[in-house]
Design a protein around this ligand. Structure first.
Ligand code: GDP
Length: 152
């Protein structure tokens, strides 16, 4: 028998790291570089309301490998999440760290640095993604969903 369940998965991170493109790629299987120009400018971390986090089963925290500041912000995104939301049993919400735009050669963040950051900040795993090249998009969500389901 097949059972279906609906999971709320959040995607957070600084502006311009590729969140909308990621969701669009996952849902529609397409990358359109003109798809959406986010609000203009670099939005940085902003504290979210609890309502936004409510009832979520998992979270993607994304940064851009060509923008070291966007990785630094991931610490704040993760802390904000953990301070405002948890699973019904009180455990933190499973969270995966995605290092997006790995197709670009102008990387400023090394894999070693990301690994350390991921461990220190309680992410279940981290993965390099390229929404542009369709690298690790479905794989990363699969990894997160496996983790979510293993908690149930
Ligand atoms: P958001 O503000 O986090 O939702 O970011 P967007 O999805 O609007 O993406 C910001 C910009 O980065 C857009 O111009 C995208 O086309 C581009 N972008 C997103 N993902 C990638 C990627 O994997 N590689 C490259 N080279 N560009 C990307």
């Amino acid at each position: 028998m097949m059972t279906e369940c609906l999971l709320k998965v959040l995607v957070v991170g600084d502006g311009n790291v590729g969140k909308s493109s990621f969701v669009h790629r996952y849902v529609h299987g397409q990358f359109n570089k003109d798809y959406k120009m986010t609000m203009g400018g670099q939005e940085r971390f902003i504290s979210m309301t609890r309502i936004y986090y409510k009832g979520s089963s998992g979270c993607v925290v994304m940064f851009d490998v060509t923008n070291a500041d966007s990785l630094v912000s991931c610490r704040l995104w993760k802390r904000d999440l953990d301070s405002k939301a948890m699973l019904p049993d009180g455990k933190p919400i499973p969270c995966i760290l995605l290092a997006n735009k790995c197709d670009l050669s102008a990387r400023t963040v090394s894999a070693e640095c990301i690994s350390k950051f991921s461990e220190e900040n309680g992410f279940l795993a981290w993965m390099e993604t390229s929404v542009k090249d369709n690298k690790n998009i479905s794989e990363s969500i699969r990894r997160l969903v496996e983790e979510i389901l293993s908690f149930r």
